[in-house]
Design a protein around this ligand. Structure first.
Ligand code: FES
Ligand code: FE2
Length: 342
């Protein structure tokens, strides 16, 4: 049965190459302190470091004998100018561009031209570090306007355990609402109302967007009761989704961005913002709620096969209309973007 097999090596390579064209979140910015920090993106081990306060990201392999640069130290460069990353094994030192600027065992000869490690663009935004392996990203960092909107209160960033699945599967799990009554009964959906809402889905700029209104259990901790009608607007990219929910209580944004560590491993970063019930003392409750939702979703999404999305044309997934309309639109869009399906 094709669906239970591991994807072919070419399919994994195509997935990695397609996702490498986008900015991807790799870690919380706070995780990178005084020294280098190891991360993995699309099967590639990387080290992220701040040199003279500026971020740098390198392949995590010293050009000399291949030791991990995550074991290296940040030290003053030769002549005391600017900080460099000094390998723990024999002290080769690299500047922010990845060029080796010191080989302690051979200081009396020029440094070979090949003595450099590959450096990647790295940026800090929304409390996260982002890397684009391709150098030029085809799209910007997914936007989170509520992050610095004074009308919204932010919850602390949440980083979940890696999920054993590909990143688009996680995005589709958040885009899909028809599982709410089944996976999240009493929290996001009502088993008495399994009928799908009316969806709209379209491409706008760098996003696949969708909207719908649905019945959800009200938040009793702020005086809600029974079911209430809420409207969602979603902005998706190949590895992120921002959901903006509007209901009687106010507006609630979920910024969920996924690091595609590998085709079968993905790391979720999640931050929420709300324009009601804004006392920070209440954050723990909202975070705990989202933790439950994530824990309910995880085993189901991890169980999905094949690992990488099968092409729409294969009909390996039997979408039904109108319920699955946003998923169909999303997958079609991924195919147009060249995110491969196997
Ligand atoms: S392996 Fe890095 S200096 Fe030798
Ligand atoms: Fe879910």
């Amino acid at each position: 049965m094709i669906a239970s097999r591991q994807p072919a090596a070419e399919a994994v390579a195509a997935y990695n190459a397609a996702m490498a064209r986008f900015w991807q979140p790799v870690c919380a910015a706070a995780e990178v302190g005084a020294g280098p920090h190891f991360v993995e993106l699309l099967d590639r081990p990387l080290t992220v470091v701040r040199l003279d306060g500026e971020l740098a990201c390198f392949d995590d392999v010293c050009r000399h004998l291949g030791a991990s640069l995550s074991l290296a130290s940040v030290v003053p460069g030769p002549g005391g100018e600017g900080q460099v990353l000094r390998c723990a094994y024999h002290g080769w030192s690299y500047d922010r561009s990845g060029r080796c600027v010191d080989i302690p065992a051979r200081r009396d000869a020029p440094i070979p031209r090949d003595a450099r490690v590959r450096a990647y663009p790295v940026a800090e935004r929304y409390g996260l570090l982002w890397v684009c392996l391709e150098g030029e990203s085809t799209a910007g960092i997914p936007e989170f306007p509520e992050f610095d909107d004074p009308g919204f209160h932010l919850t602390p960033l949440r980083v979940y355990e890696p999920w054993a699945c590909s990143a688009p599967r996680i995005v589709m799990g958040a885009l899909d609402d028809t599982h709410f009554p089944w996976v999240h009964p009493g929290l996001l959906g009502d088993p008495e109302h399994p009928e799908p809402p009316e969806h709209r889905a379209w491409v706008e700029g760098e996003y696949l967007m969708s909207t719908y209104s649905t019945l959800q259990p009200a938040n009793e901790t702020i005086g809600g009761a029974g079911l209430e009608t809420v409207s969602y607007t979603n902005w998706c990219t190949p590895s992120s989704i921002r959901l903006l929910k509007s209901g009687p209580a106010g507006r609630y944004a979920i910024y969920e961005v996924v690091c595609p560590v590998a085709y079968d491993r993905s790391l979720i970063f999640l931050q929420m913002a709300r324009d009601f019930d804004t006392d920070p003392a209440r954050d723990a409750e909202y975070v705990a709620f989202e933790d439950v939702i994530q824990a309910q979703d995880k085993p189901v999404v991890e169980s999905q096969r094949p690992w990488l999305l099968p092409p729409l044309s294969s009909r390996l997934m039997l979408y039904v209309r109108p319920a699955d309309l946003p998923l169909i639109a999303y997958q079609k869009w991924l195919e147009e973007l060249g995110v491969p399906q196997v």
